[in-house]
Ligand binder design. Structure first.
Ligand code: PEP
Ligand code: MG
Length: 746
């Protein structure tokens, strides 16, 4: 088939289908297929190489090479021409293979006799399954038609591999999606969970890759694309007045849905014998392969839009909706490429764990997962292609590791870990209602951080004495548009109701830097963390701040209210913000609204400058909360979002602890209540050191209250303080080693 016509291509696929329908075992089928392809392509050799494991390709069937080398010849990805096809997902087509770049001679196959080589990837939806190769003695470059024909065949082989067609006696191939897989990702929420896979977007299974009536397939494709276009237009109509970003995505969808190039390629695939769904999947697979090579963020987004659109089209064609009728399994562990906060909230607390192929530690999904205290691993490469609904899975949120279809030893070890977690939880539950008093009688207030409705049940469950930091921006971040004042009021009211009189500190909108509202015009700043953020935005554009203050005042309605402003860098900013509060109160009074019974206005200390504000600031401010995450990044000039530097400086560095001590002293002079609400408050060792420096209120994630309290109950702060002073005196850079030694001896 040197000059492969569409009808020849169809004939070959027809013969492949017959081979598949036979009762032959997996290996016999594969052998027959290589024979048919070589025959049809007019080549002496056709071979199929499939992945044995992530790194190794194995010759699984051949027509023309030494038959003894089947299941013996192996190569690593990237090795030889076959390995190069697999590594780069690209076709290699050369008339002179022995002299081509990367050629590796494999004597056992007897392949030195063959000059021309054409290898195409066997891939399915971004998953590289193997390589299909034809070779001939005659030195010739294969025509683009021949390449295309082989790609179509490779697509069919990929589908068949997925369906397990080559598994069986003598095949020496284990079926896909049955082996144990270990995936290393990034931890985004601690905890260990065991359960069963629930795919947020189930895989569409194509059971009929080959079709013999191209006319009928074309009609099916056209009907489905039409249905898709109408659907996209409808969505566009609905969102016309809504969120701009969503509109942009839909516009891009429409562009693809009307793309002539996309349509033409699928029509050609069908003309060569593929079914409509296999044609869609072939183009989708190739787009995914391109996606993995593209660095440009914009292009990646566009390719991912095309991917979404292909999924929709496949669902229309196969009738396999997003809702497959499958029921959420017991102990569901959610698997997704990525997921929005809204969708995640809908699943709610029923989930045991979450694994995302993309996502990031600071993403909104991560925020929600933390609020729900569900173990979360992000950056888990290939999880959506590896996992199937119902698979047994274990998620280690502490280490960022996922065990898919784990074997017995892993299961045993993991269950021990879960048991230890459970025991620890039981221990924490037993001290839930006990005050955190150290052995030398110092009482520490244990508060929790919150931001979503989903956090509220933790107020009772964790033993928190109140909410030390309510991050109000989360409610803004999880929406597609600016919330209304009435909505916010209702929400804040629910928070105060749930607190049953325990104190709640509402932090006003803290946006900018890493927290970008999807519906606000982005500002292009060279250094967003040092830019227009938090109180700076609030003071420059006071409209939203006033609206939020009104909502807070109305929610309190006769109850006490605590409000604090984020990222105050100087006294003047606090004064200006406080003046806004007073103006708002005056307006509320005139409007006849019931005012809070008591109002405290505090400031977050997140920049070193505020620690050296005039003492009068400390006299005037109702309370101060140290935002350790930001404070530490500015103190050490090390970006909290930058993996390369964020762990470089220890919180227990003597410079930082001395600085904290200075803040404690300045607050003490004015009698200003002081708390610490950064992540370090929830780390037991850091927390006891902060307490030793004089901090008496710690605010942390609810799940951290147990572990921190448990350690506080065992330490003597006086002794710890002395250990810290000695280490400082000795000239240690960080007090951690000395402190750890003391703690180990407890
Ligand atoms: C902080 O900076 O420590 C803090 C609590 O605020 P956020 O993490 O929300 O910036
Ligand atoms: Mg902060």
């Amino acid at each position: 088939m040197a000059d492969s016509t569409e009808s020849e291509s169809r004939k070959l696929l027809g013969r492949l289908r017959e081979a598949m329908a036979s009762d032959d075992a997996g290996q016999a089928r594969l052998d027959k297929i290589t024979h048919l392809i070589a025959d049809s392509m007019g080549t002496e050799v056709c071979s199929v190489y499939l992945f044995r494991d992530d790194e190794t390709l194995e010759l699984c069937a051949t027509q023309g090479l030494n038959i003894e080398s089947v299941h013996q010849t192996r190569m690593r990805i990237g090795e030889g021409l076959v390995g190069r096809v697999a590594r780069f997902g690209k076709v290699v087509n050369t008339p002179d293979a022995p002299n081509a770049k990367g050629f590796r001679y494999m004597p056992e196959t007897g392949e030195e006799r063959y000059s021309s080589f054409l290898g195409v990837p066997v891939q399915r939806l971004g998953e590289m399954l193997g390589v299909l190769v034809v070779q001939s003695k005659e030195a010739r470059e294969f025509s683009s038609d021949a390449v295309y024909a082989l790609e179509v065949v490779a697509m069919v082989i990929a589908e068949m591999t997925e369906l397990g067609a080559f598994v069986g006696e003598g095949a020496a191939l284990s079926p896909l999606h049955q082996q144990a897989v270990l995936i290393h990702g990034t931890s985004a929420q601690e905890g260990a969970a065991e359960g069963n896979v629930w795919l947020h977007e189930p895989r569409v299974i194509v059971t009929n890759p080959i079709a013999d009536d191209p006319q009928r397939e074309l009609e099916r494709l056209h009907d489905a694309v039409e249905e898709l276009r109408v659907g996209v237009d409808k969505m566009l109509e609905v969102s016309r007045n809504g969120d701009k970003e969503q509109l942009q995505v839909l516009e891009a969808y429409r562009m693809f849905a009307n793309s002539k190039g996309w349509m033409r390629r699928m029509e050609e695939d069908i003309a060569r014998g593929l079914s409509a769904e296999a044609a869609v999947e072939k183009e989708q697979s190739q787009a995914r392969a391109r996606m993995s090579q593209v660095q440009d963020a914009y292009l990646r987004e566009r390719l991912s839009d095309l991917d979404d659109l292909s999924n929709r089209l496949l669902r229309i064609l196969t009738g396999q909706g997003a809702d497959t009728g499958a029921e959420l399994p017991e102990n569901p562990i959610l698997i997704a490429r990525n997921i929005g906060p809204g969708d995640l909230l809908e699943y709610g607390r029923g989930l045991r764990g979450i694994v995302l192929e993309e996502g990031s530690v600071g993403s909104h999904a991560a925020i929600v997962a933390r609020a729900l205290a569900i173990p979360l691993v992000v950056n888990a490469k290939r999880i959506t292609t590896e996992a199937l609904n119902g698979d047994h899975i274990m998620v280690d949120g502490d280490q960022g590791v996922v065990h898919l279809r784990p074997d017995e030893t892993v299961v045993g070890a993991f269950r021990d870990k879960i048991a230890m977690h459970t025991q620890a939880q039981e221990r924490y539950a037993s001290i839930r209602n006990k005050p955190a008093v150290t052995t030398d009688g110092q009482r520490i207030n244990m508060m929790m951080n919150a931001g979503l409705m989903a956090d509220l049940p933790s107020l009772d469950g964790s033993g928190a004495e109140g909410v030390g930091l309510f991050r109000t921006e989360l409610q803004f971040l999880v929406r597609n548009q600016m919330p209304k004042r009435s909505e916010l009021k209702a929400l804040y009211q629910r928070v105060l109701d749930a607190a049953h009189g325990k104190p709640v500190v509402f932090r006003t909108l803290d946006i900018g830097s890493d927290k970008v509202l999807p519906y606000m015009k982005p500002t292009d700043e060279p250094n967003p963390a040092l830019g227009w953020r938090a109180i700076r935005v609030g003071l420059d554009k006071p409209g939203v701040m006033r609206m939020q203050l009104q909502a807070l005042l109305r929610a309190a309605e006769g109850r006490p209210l605590s409000v604090m402003f984020p990222f105050v860098a100087q006294f003047e900013e606090y004064r200006a913000a406080k003046a806004e509060v007073e103006k708002t109160i005056e307006r509320e009074r005139i409007l006849g609204h019931v005012l809070p019974s008591d109002l405290e206005v505090g400031a977050m200390l997140e920049t070193p400058s505020l620690a050296y504000a005039p003492q009068k600031f400390f006299d005037e401010v109702a309370f101060i909360s140290i935002g350790g995450n930001d404070l530490k990044q500015f103190f050490f000039a090390a970006d909290r979002e930058n993996e390369r530097v964020r762990r470089r400086y220890d919180t227990l560095n003597v410079s930082f602890l001395s600085f904290i001590e200075r803040i404690v002293e300045r607050c003490a002079i004015s009698g200003t209540p002081l708390s610490f609400c950064g992540e370090d408050a929830g780390r037991p060792v850091e927390a006891v050191c902060l307490a030793a420096m004089g901090i008496r209120t710690l605010s942390m994630r609810p799940a951290s209250i147990g572990p921190v309290k448990s350690l506080l109950l065992r330490v003597d702060l006086g002794e710890l303080r002395k250990i810290i002073a000695d280490a400082r005196h000795r000239g240690d850079q960080a007090v951690r080693p000395a402190v750890m030694e003391y703690l180990r001896g407890l």
